[in-house]
Design a protein around this ligand. Structure first.
Ligand SMILES: Cc1cc2nc3c(=O)[nH]c(=O)nc-3n(C[C@H](O)[C@H](O)[C@H](O)COP(=O)(O)OP(=O)(O)OC[C@H]3O[C@@H](n4cnc5c(N)ncnc54)[C@H](O)[C@@H]3O)c2cc1C
Length: 387
């Protein structure tokens, strides 16, 4: 597999798409420029300055499908032309009321129903923090006593999770549950495990996410394997490295507890790749999605599948990247017949902004990744010029 086949990687990008993308990545890759831009955006929003159209035409256009499911249709179709699926990710963040949380549940259900009717949408996805207050998840995870009001909010939240999972299973649409900060992850793990036991009896509809930067995730994977084997249900797992690395380290330092994440990148890589090995070995009752922009891990999974005589398009194995990132991995894997789907965030521009700002602000390891995106775009521009 040659991830450097840029002709394939950028086959759906016009010259003007490439020019826009290179300008965008040039801005994001420069740390001074990036923090200046995100600062300006935050100030403009605070001043209620009408910058939405500018954002929509630039960074939103690159990283998001649209403001609604219907508005994302063009992106869905464009990806599907290259056999790349879409995972519609309703990215409205920072919601605070019970009404908002119900709205996120209803919208997630709409993504499931949309996926049911379209081959081009192989999964749905949601986050627990879209369905209740972060502080409540924190309290439940730390087994802190809840007030009467919080107890009611907890019941509402569990109802929302169950309703989404039930709708996914009934409509035969597999659904990912994203992993979040370690101090709220226990409730996510416990409830997701319950959902897997309930709905993954004969087919795999519910997927938890394992963040392999966590020192305890390898042991947790082994524990899950034992539980699934003993209680006879199928395990669905999205395997990622983890998105909150700096935050995890800072909180552990501040509160004085042992750091829960690896601080040496090679250790995260080792655990990530080892998790892939174990999952492929246990493919009788595990389905996985490798959510990664790492070339070595993507290549490794394709090799492990081959070594274990698994078909490239075996539905138990998916690869996934974010829209607007690592197209060289997505398009080349797809070209070789593997199952690929992109996370396609969508939602009102101002609600998706935290996601977009994170894309721009991400830590140094991602800054390296942004540099790689830009280098790939420049190579394709040069290839087109010379051909
Ligand atoms: C489809 C998809 C779904 C995702 N879903 C989730 C999710 O549900 N929850 C979530 O938390 N993240 C999620 N992510 C983000 C993911 O966890 C990573 O942050 C991101 O993909 C970068 O890691 P990588 O494997 O692509 O590549 P790489 O660039 O090889 O790895 C970067 C990652 O390595 C780790 N790392 C960096 N520096 C160090 C260090 N010094 N020591 C140890 N480890 C280090 C961090 O996790 C960092 O993000 C998702 C990503 C994708 C593509």
């Amino acid at each position: 597999m040659d991830f450097n086949n840029f002709k394939v990687a950028f086959s759906n990008k016009s010259d003007s798409d490439l020019n826009r993308a290179s300008l965008l990545f040039k801005s994001i890759s420069n740390p001074t420029m990036s923090s200046l831009l995100t600062g300006v955006i935050k100030i403009c929003l605070w001043l209620k300055f009408p910058i939405t159209p500018i954002i929509k035409a630039t960074v939103f256009k690159h990283f998001c499908g649209g403001t609604t499911i219907t508005d994302s249709q063009k992106t869905i179709e464009s990806l599907w032309k290259s056999n790349i699926g879409t995972i519609l990710d309703y990215s409205a963040e920072g919601k605070k009321s019970e009404e908002d949380f119900n709205h996120v549940m209803e919208e997630t259900i709409r993504t499931i129903l949309k996926a049911k009717s379209e081959e081009s949408i192989p999964f749905s996805v949601f986050k627990f923090t879209g369905l209740t207050h972060f502080s409540l998840l924190e309290k439940i995870s730390s087994e802190f006593p809840l007030s009467e009001k919080e107890q009611k909010e907890k019941e509402n939240f569990i109802y929302r999770v169950e309703r989404i999972c039930k709708t996914a299973a009934e409509n035969k649409v597999p659904i990912f549950i994203d992993a979040e900060e370690s101090w709220i992850q226990d409730i996510i793990d416990n409830l997701t495990l319950e959902m897997m036991k309930k709905f993954n009896k004969t087919e795999c509809w519910i997927y938890n996410t394992l963040q392999m930067y966590r020192k305890d995730r390898f042991a947790y994977l082994k524990e899950l394997l034992e539980i699934a084997e003993e209680e006879k249900f199928l395990l669905g797992l999205k395997i990622v490295r983890g998105a909150y690395h700096e935050k995890e380290i800072e909180r552990a330092k501040e509160k004085g507890y042992a750091c829960p994440v690896h601080t040496v990148k090679e250790n995260t890589d080792r655990d990530y790749n080892e998790a892939l090995r174990i999952c492929v070995k246990n493919s009788d009752f595990i389905s996985i999605c490798a959510g990664t922009h790492n070339e070595q891990s993507s290549l490794l999974l394709s090799e492990l599948m081959e070594e274990n005589n698994l078909n490239k398009n075996d539905k138990r194995f998916f690869f996934s990247q974010l829209l607007g990132m690592s197209d060289h991995i997505s398009y080349n894997l797809s070209e070789h017949g593997y199952n690929i789907a992109k996370y396609v965030p969508y939602g009102p521009v101002k609600d998706v902004l935290p996601y977009l700002i994170r894309r721009a602000e991400e830590n140094s390891s991602i800054a390296g990744q942004m540099g790689r995106e830009l280098a790939n775009i420049m190579k394709e521009k040069k290839r087109r010029k010379n051909s």
